[in-house]
Design a protein around this ligand. Sequence first.
Ligand SMILES: Nc1ncnc2c1ncn2[C@@H]1O[C@H](COP(=O)(O)OP(=O)(O)OP(=O)(O)O)[C@@H](O)[C@H]1O
Length: 249
Amino acid sequence: MAGPDTASGRIAVGAESVVKVYGRGASAVPALDGVTVDFAAGQFSAIMGPSGSGKSTLLHCLAGLDRVDSGQIRIGSTEITTLSDRQTTRLRRDRIGFVFQSFNLLPTLTAEQNILLGLQLAGRRPDRAWLDTVIDVLGLRQRLGHLPGELSGGQQQRVACARALVGQPDVIFADEPTGNLDSRSGTEVLKFLRTSVRELGQTVIMVTHDPVAASYADRVVLLADGRIAGHLAAPDADTVLSTLTGLAA
Ligand SMILES: Nc1ncnc2c1ncn2[C@@H]1O[C@H](COP(=O)(O)OP(=O)(O)OP(=O)(O)O)[C@@H](O)[C@H]1O
């Protein structure tokens, strides 16, 4: 068990006493029931837990995609639970990168246009050297003019990773990023996420069901029944699997 300390000790994302309830009255479902957890900057964290334990809800609340019922969430020094919808949208656009299971690329735009769209919408110019680094690390140089429909699933997810990284966000949230990929493409994406943390200094928080995917992370945060059930540092797939089996029992 270990906390989120890194060399810098800076917290990229923090949740304190977060409660999220779906529905009301007799049908109310407490998806998050007092979650307090910090995610260190410059770390690759995985969120795991049994089905229905609240992983996606936590990721969505941390990323400002969903509102909490009570508690606080900070991205860096910004308390996001008190922001207006407009401020939250701007924060997501300017400071957060997303990688989804279903890639979410625009089908009529080329890979390069997809990568740059967010920056364009924000009125920002890409840092050319950084863009080149991201494209080369992801091996996308020869694919930039292709439409998503002309790319494999793994290539599409690499484009989505480039799109998430290109603005040098404070944090990248990845929701089951390998869920739609074969194991070879999934491994490529996981290696890339790890490289983006270790060599490019990014911060990644990933929800996954897969103990092998979680073994690429520096740390696993375990959820059960909407509560933090523990942490694993430097996780290996066997330890993650046996811990999860214990949680689900
Ligand atoms: N929109 C919603 N309306 C009502 N209940 C919801 C909604 N979204 C999630 N829930 C409930 O909240 C709880 C947590 O769901 P969540 O999707 O966060 O879990 P999860 O750990 O990501 O699950 P899985 O691994 O199956 O994707 C579950 O009981 C779920 O049924």
